[in-house]
Ligand binder design. Structure first.
Ligand SMILES: Cc1cc2nc3c(=O)[nH]c(=O)nc-3n(C[C@H](O)[C@H](O)[C@H](O)COP(=O)(O)O)c2cc1C
Length: 438
């Protein structure tokens, strides 16, 4: 048995991970974009002692208009997490912020403030974004440029976050000095994309600075992750490939001179949990009637350039449609669909249902004990350090995860029964990044 516990973070998608889940009676979809629903979900995950919740961001209503209520869910991560910080006390709060459409000084202040205000619970999912340029009046920079900018962006943000010594606040009432200016560093950064003098008006948080998270799958994305990330989100539906990915990623981190134990790999998992196999299938069965094959075909064309209008739903996608693509230029999710079509001989209908329900992630359906067996097998065999849990339907899947699956993992000794630390870094077993003067 591994020494450390499994890490469990939860994707906060209040419409449900399944594309169609918001359409189920009782889904609370009328509340999307409002506070109470996300507060209740975050509190349920905190009662279950999860490491963190995570809010994704697409920065555009385009997915919503295309019928994707799941990813179009209208929460701006920093504001939503700031509100959640006040109704939770221990769970980590990870938000997505794009390095393509922001400035590092602003991001350092906003996420740094969330970190201080939440008592050291913030995390930053660093993305370079794949759309939304129209909202900023710019042409989308090439992927390679986006990742170069991201590297410099993160470097500037980290410099700002470490520019206050832990001893900078002296609070000297007698001599009228709240900070010691000698202990706050001017970063004086000048690079290809940014010119930032620093001083930032922000004290250090109890965990030093927010945890850096990353999910890029191309070579630029993997490089950024290996350089800076402390947690990695990834879509890995196949166990053997996940083991390979884990080993390669950790080796890559080591080759950058970093400690591979300080980057946690968390593949996505969609659990359909029930006390019996039939009960576990309830949600999937009730979703079956909502599947919208036309919208899903259009989505595959938009996201991956896979044009499938001429393919019958009960036929297989011809192998040549996948030619010329690989993990690097098309992403691991695209390659997962290739695997399903070519090796697993899925029909187009089955692939579209997979897209709709699990989005290329690992899906496990069954009793808590059966799902826990598989999770533990992945964890023990170093296919992962834990999982990014995606509740397929809201609210029922959150209850099933928290009241059935988590207790099973706790009973078997794989998940904490109480928070031991206060900060997200403590939950994840990550070191505090030192301030500039250490
Ligand atoms: C679990 C997971 C969550 C992600 N969340 C976001 C997100 O919130 N916003 C976003 O723009 N991209 C998100 N992405 C996409 C990645 O940042 C990345 O763009 C994608 O995996 C393709 O990799 P590449 O950019 O290196 O080609 C996510 C990816 C994964 C696997």
């Amino acid at each position: 048995m591994r020494n450390e516990k499994m890490i469990l973070s939860a994707f906060l998608l209040p419409g449900g991970y399944d594309w169609r889940a918001w359409r189920l009676p009782g889904s609370r979809s009328e509340e999307l974009g409002q506070f109470e629903i996300i507060a209740e979900i975050a509190q349920a995950y905190e009662r279950a002692k999860l490491d963190s919740i995570f809010i994704a961001d697409i920065i555009s209503a385009a997915p919503l208009l295309e019928g994707d209520v799941k990813m179009g869910s209208p929460y701006e991560p920093v504001t939503a997490l700031s509100a959640l910080a006040s109704v939770t006390s221990r769970i980590g709060l990870i938000g997505t912020v794009s390095t393509t459409f922001n400035h590092p000084f602003t991001v350092a202040r906003q996420l740094g403030a969330l970190d201080v205000l939440s008592g050291g619970r913030a995390g930053w999912n660093i993305v370079t974004s794949s759309r939304a340029e129209e909202n900023y009046g710019i042409e989308m920079p090439a992927k390679e440029v986006r990742y170069r900018r991201a590297l410099e962006f993160v470097d500037v943000v980290k410099q700002l976050w470490t520019s206050w010594s832990d001893k900078a606040v002296i609070n000297d009432r007698e001599n009228g000095r709240w900070v010691d200016p000698e202990l706050i560093r001017l970063i004086d950064h000048e690079g290809e994309f940014f010119k930032v003098a620093g001083f930032i008006n922000q004290r250090r948080s109890p965990q030093g600075h927010p945890v850096l998270v990353q999910a890029g799958q191309s070579s630029g994305g993997l490089n950024l992750g290996a350089e800076v990330a402390e947690a990695i989100y990834t879509a890995q539906p196949q166990r053997e490939k996940a083991i390979e990915y884990y080993a390669d990623y950790k080796a890559n981190i080591q080759s950058k001179g970093r400690n591979p134990n300080h980057t946690k790999i968390l593949p996505g998992l969609i659990p359909y949990v029930g006390m019996t196999e039939d009960e576990a299938r309830d949600v999937q069965n009730s979703l079956a009637r909502f599947v919208d094959f036309d919208a899903l075909r259009a989505d595959l064309a938009t996201q991956y350039g896979l044009k499938l209008d001429d393919v019958d739903l009960d036929d297989r996608i011809p192998e040549e449609r996948f030619e010329g693509k690989n993990d690097d230029n098309a992403g691991t999710r695209f390659m997962a669909y290739r695997h399903l079509a070519v090796e697993e001989k899925y029909t187009l209908r089955e692939i579209l249902i997979n897209r709709s329900s699990v989005g290329g992630h690992l899906m496990l359906s069954g009793t808590p004990s059966k799902i826990a067996d598989r999770m533990i097998d992945w964890f023990e065999n170093r296919a992962c350090d834990g999982f990014s849990l995606n509740a397929p339907a809201i609210p029922q899947s959150v209850t099933q995860i928290c009241e059935l699956l988590i207790p099973e993992l706790q009973e078997r000794g794989y998940f904490r029964t109480e928070y031991e630390g206060e900060t997200l870094r403590e939950h994840l077993g990550l070191p505090i990044p030192p301030a500039w003067d250490v």
